[in-house]
Every structure is written in C-alpha cells, then in structure tokens.
Design a protein around this ligand. Structure first.
Ligand code: G6P
Length: 368
C-alpha cells in the first residue's frame, strides 16, 4: 500500500472513513453563521427570494443525492422540486419555468452530460443556476451564477462515497436556507436543524464503527448473483445508491425498489437466492417497511436489515439486523449511506475485484 493510504487497503475504504471530517469541513461555515443565503454565493441573497421551484440535474451517484434532496426541498422549503438525469434532460423538449432554480450536482464539475444539461436549461430560459461541486473552478461551477463547494477533499476511488454524503448535507442546507428565505422555517426550527447538523459527524462515526459486523455479512453476499435493496421515503434513494455501489464494484446485479412497490413486480424475484437489504430506520414509514419485510420472509427471502436502535429489530430466522445507535431524524439518509457503502466495499473485497478502478468505469466522464 502506498504511503497515502495509511492504514487502509484502498482509496475507497479511506474515503469512506474520511466522511466525518469531510462532513465537518463542509458544514463548518453553516455551524458558524447559520443557514444564510451567502453560503451559495454573493448573488444568492437576491436570487433565492425570487425562486418558485427547483430543478435538479445530475448523473450517477450525484443524481441519487438529488433524489434525496427532493424530499427535503419540498417538505422543508415548500417549493416544488424535480430531479432529472442530465443525459435525458438535455435531449428532450422540457418545460422551463424561468423562476425555477437549476441545481446541478457534480463531484468533478466536469461531467459532460451535466454540463450540457446546464447549458440547455439556460437556453430554455432558466435564469439562475446553482452548482454543488467538489472541485473548485471546474467547468460546471464556472458556468453557474451560484455555487456551493462540498469540502470532501480529493476523491480518488471511482465509486463516489464522501462526495455523495457531502452533497447530501449541502442539499439539506439549501432546503433549509430556501425555507428560511420563504419564511417557512422559524428561528426555532433553524436552531433544531443546526443542532442536528452538529451531531451529524458523530453519528456517521458511529455508523463507521459497524464495519466489523458488515464485514461478517459480506461472505454471504459474495456468493450471490443478485441482490435487492429496499427503502421508503427519504431512504429510497439510499437504497438506490446501495444497489449502485454493489453493482459498480462487486459486479453483483443489484436493484433497488421503494418497498411499497415490491408487490407490483420484484416480489416475483424473491426466493432463498435473493438477499434483500432493507433500510429501516425508525421513521414514520417503519411499520410499512416491517410489513414489506414480512412479504419477503413469506417467500423465503433472506433479509439484511440496517435499522437504528429505536426501530426495535432483532435477529430471527432469516433476518439479520445491524443497528446504528439511534435515529437521527431528518439527516438519517446521510447516516444510512455509510453501511451500504461498507457493504459494497467488503463484498467487492471478498470477490477480489479492483475496488478503486472497477472495470469499464471512469471517475469522471467527459465524453458522451
Ligand atoms: C461517473 C462516476 C460516478 C459519478 C458520476 C457523476 O460515472 O464513476 O461515481 O457519480 O460519474 O460524476 P460527477 O463528477 O458529475 O458527480
């Protein structure tokens, strides 16, 4: 291992473990000054009050950060938000409301499809664009009037990890800031959101400490050809991200579904050969998720559940449970990103793939 890797075997593992620091760095300015428009650039104080909606454009893992943000933006800021894959958007006759903010999400800031989607959105009449980006002065932030830089540091592993969770926290900050500008988030709520942010790096560290338990699961996955990931609400995009990570680096076919959709198709795939990963924190949808889990068990599917202490799950026949310490509320998707990253990493290690450079993939795709 190179000096740069320190105690880690791969950049991906190192970057997974850097997340408490990456998140602390990214939220530092927010903890110091609160959710102020200036976080998003000098022009933001004038721009944010004029907006009536948000359109998010991104690719890959960054697109899943966008899907999560939709839940926060609509519930916290109370504005409509739609999320689109950049390579699709750029080639369709899209409807453009000039007062809808275009938000691009890109770790590299150089992804061609995202860049072209941004140009296209402007050509259709969108007046303002915010870039959430990890690389300073890259092409996409340069083409945007508003910018928020994630402070994940250089990400080398092709499969994105710390860039994803720092994107999430930035998008959460956008939702709260928009809500504040619109008079929807009260001072009391703002204080509550700040308190939740302050606890986030510690909660992520707790999730990282689950690594030995997740490693113990990995052998069971390594022998399978397929896996299904389930989540609901805010955690559905995390299920998507978990399935993507597993595909990218272990080459196991994986799909994600919102758990309520099981009965409309994927339940037909479930048998003892199909491990089913469930993201089941103690939120308003927990009881629904539990009944979805029973549907899986009744068909012989083996369940691997990421819950939290408040979900009151325990191991039983065909049900394996790993618990994060406590439910962290609205930031729970960020904490639950950690176990799905670790699972993909350890399954890939067991299968002996090239974790940091998976076949056929590139870190940044600057061609079409
Ligand atoms: C590539 C990478 C992914 C990344 C996607 C978008 O496919 O392998 O990890 O999510 O590009 O990249 P971006 O830099 O725009 O976030």
């Amino acid at each position: 291992a190179s000096l740069e890797l320190g105690p880690y075997s791969h950049f991906m593992q190192k970057e997974i473990h850097e997340q408490p620091k990456a998140l602390s760095d990214t939220i530092e300015a927010i903890l110091d000054d609160g959710f102020s428009a200036e976080l998003f650039g000098a022009a933001a104080a004038n721009v944010l009050p004029t907006l009536s909606g948000v359109k998010i454009l991104a690719c890959g893992t960054s697109y899943y950060a966008g899907l999560t943000a939709k839940y926060w933006i609509e519930s916290i800021a109370g504005v409509v938000c739609d999320v689109e894959i950049a390579s699709e958007y750029r080639y369709r006759d899209a409807f453009a409301d000039p007062q809808h903010l275009v938000v691009t999400i890109s770790q590299s800031g150089e992804t061609l499809d995202t860049m072209e989607a941004l140009k296209y959105a402007k050509s259709l009449g969108h007046r303002h664009a915010l870039s959430i980006c990890n690389v300073r002065e890259s092409a996409i932030p340069r083409a945007s009037d508003l910018v928020f830089y994630t402070r994940a540091g250089a990400e080398i592993g092709v499969a994105s990890t710390k860039a994803f969770t720092t994107q999430l926290v930035s998008l959460f900050a956008l939702a709260v800031t928009l809500g504040k500008v619109r008079g929807r988030v009260t001072a009391e709520q703002e204080a509550q959101y700040l308190a939740e942010l302050r606890h986030l790096p510690g909660s992520v560290q707790h999730a990282l400490n689950l690594e030995p338990q997740i490693t113990a699961w990995s052998a069971q996955f390594a022998a399978k050809n397929d896996a299904l990931f389930l989540g609901r609400g805010l955690h559905y995009p995390i299920a998507l991200e978990g399935a993507l990570k597993l595909k990218e680096i272990s080459y196991i076919h994986a799909e994600a579904y919102p758990a309520g959709e099981l009965k409309h198709g994927p339940l037909a795939l479930v048998d003892e050969n199909m491990p089913v990963v469930v993201i089941a924190p103690n939120d308003a949808l927990l009881e629904k998720v539990k009944s979805n889990m029973q549907e899986v068990r009744a068909r012989g599917g083996e369940l691997f559940v990421f819950a939290d202490a408040d979900s009151h799950f325990s191991d039983s026949d065909g049900v394996h449970v790993i618990r994060t310490p406590r439910h962290v509320g609205v930031l729970s998707p960020i904490v639950h990103s950690i176990p799905v990253q670790l699972l993909a990493y350890h399954v890939a290690l067991t299968r002996g793939t090239d974790v940091d450079k998976p076949r056929n993939l590139a870190k940044s795709v600057t061609v079409e």
